[in-house]
Design a protein around this ligand. Structure first.
Ligand SMILES: [Mn+2]
Length: 290
């Protein structure tokens, strides 16, 4: 297991200076930096290569996270939107090849966050399967593993449980398409988080971790020792990436629905310490021998 964090921990914007953030994430002790995949399409090739070179130099791997906008929905009823969505995700995977990033995570089977104006789940599902089949081939060409993220009912109506993700992957049937589970979402939707991990089993290639209120692991009440045991039971070797959200305001506060300062006025130094403490806590719980 390798451990990482999403880039946005220190602020409330869906953007950052990736070179500075990579150094900061490494200094905390992480192995993985998860970036916003859409940013790759705004970066010059030289910027992507600079990030790749820095990551290599300091010993960090990079995963990419995407919640496609509605006008790039690969499961849209509108064929032109589906086509735009497939191009968007294909272009991202081509940029990931340049970055030498091998893991694309997120709601790649539709758009995010959903506005629930189209509730025809079977039709959306079927179009999503067809599009992800096409994307799986691109992923293969680019050396990318697509990890479809299962999210809670307030964010999508398509994949809410590990069982649904298994069904979707069965229908796609591509060696480059697997599953991402997230403890925050599982805590809302699954009867039992550990059983959900076992349900995904060998299809679970990436895990997002956070408490029920999206604070870092160890600050809330999720059963981390049991989750660690479930991961060891399925011989999980993927990335364990924190997605902590503490700050209201900005695009992050609005998208994630942060309506108060969860950091309680913590200084940047205290924020560095709390995520470093959480990493120690996670390693202790997840890597422990059975
Ligand atoms: Mn997540």
């Amino acid at each position: 297991m390798k451990f990482g964090t999403l880039y946005s921990y220190w602020g409330n914007a869906w953007s950052c200076d990736y070179l500075e953030t990579a150094k900061r994430v490494k200094k905390v002790g992480f192995d993985i930096l998860e970036i916003g995949a859409g940013h790759l399409l705004e970066m010059e090739d030289s910027d992507i290569i600079a990030l790749k070179d820095l990551a290599k130099e300091i010993g960090l791997t990079i995963s990419c996270n995407i919640g496609p906008p509605k006008d790039k929905d690969v499961a849209s009823a509108d064929p032109s939107v589906r086509k735009a969505g497939i191009k968007f995700l294909s272009d991202i995977m081509k940029a990931m090849k340049l970055l030498e990033s091998k893991v694309l995570v997120g709601v790649q089977y539709t758009y995010w966050p959903n506005d629930f104006t189209d509730l025809d789940k079977p039709a959306i599902w079927a179009r999503g399967v067809e599009s992800v089949k096409e994307l799986g081939k691109v992923a293969g060409d680019c050396g990318v593993k697509m990890c479809l993220e299962v999210v809670n009912r307030f964010e999508t109506h398509i994949l809410n449980t590990a069982e649904e993700a298994n069904q979707f992957c069965d229908e796609v049937n591509d060696p480059n398409v697997g599953v991402l589970l997230d403890t925050f979402h599982m805590n809302i939707e699954e009867d039992n988080i550990c059983e959900a991990i076992k349900t995904a089993g060998s299809r679970l290639w990436h895990l997002h971790v956070g408490e029920g209120n999206r604070k870092v692991p160890g600050e809330g009440s999720l059963p981390w020792a049991e989750i660690g045991q479930a991961l060891r039971d399925i011989n999980f070797t993927g990335g364990v990436v924190m997605e902590p959200f503490y700050y209201q305001g900005g695009a992050v506060g609005a998208d994630i629905k942060v309506w108060r300062d969860l950091s309680e006025g913590a200084s940047p130094e205290q924020m560095d310490q709390r995520i470093a403490d959480s990493l120690v806590f996670l390693r202790k719980n997840f890597l422990k021998e059975a």
